[in-house]
Design a protein around this ligand. Structure first.
Ligand code: UDP
Ligand code: MG
Length: 139
């Protein structure tokens, strides 16, 4: 499997719960590496830009309000099949549907406040990493 990079976000609800360490533990146990990390409170405009792909969806306004409601921790993860592997660690979007032991099942509250984000494909990973990090931070 090829080495990939993906964008992970510990969303404001999960940062408030203090489960950043649990996420890093799961990441490192899965053999992935954190190659960049920072804590950032997104502005509403930044959250709208990040989730622009969802701008026509009914949940867009609530989602972007939530994502700009407090600090997130954003990370770039690297490793073999990192995109799919991180999505597997997260579980389904809705914590109630997420497999037992996944991060969203353990720490998510509801389909919006689901604790964590992961890129879903190589092209979205490239966009999302470039949105959150500068080239210097990824050197
Ligand atoms: N979301 C929501 N309501 C929905 C579906 C999604 O509030 O009905 C939020 C949720 O926080 C999710 C994000 O929008 O993580 C992006 O949705 P997507 O379908 O891309 O899910 P993901 O890729 O995060 O699993
Ligand atoms: Mg998505």
């Amino acid at each position: 499997m090829a080495s990939e990079r993906t964008l992970a976000i510990i969303k404001p609800d999960a940062v408030a719960k203090g489960v950043f360490g649990e996420a890093v533990l799961a990441i490192e146990k899965a053999g992935l590496k954190v190659v960049a990390v920072k804590r950032i409170t997104l502005t509403r405009r930044q959250a709208e830009g990040f989730y622009a792909v969802h701008r026509e969806r009914p949940f867009y306004a609530d989602l972007t309000a939530f994502m700009s409601s407090g600090p997130s921790i954003v990370m770039v993860l690297e490793g073999d099949g990192a995109i799919g592997r991180w999505r597997e660690l997260l579980g389904a979007t809705d914590p109630a549907q997420a497999a037992p032991g996944t991060l969203r099942q353990r720490f998510g509250e509801n389909i919006q406040n689901n604790g964590f984000h992961g890129s879903d494909a190589p092209d979205t990973a490239a966009f999302e990493i470039g949105f959150m990090f500068s080239g210097l931070e990824l050197a």
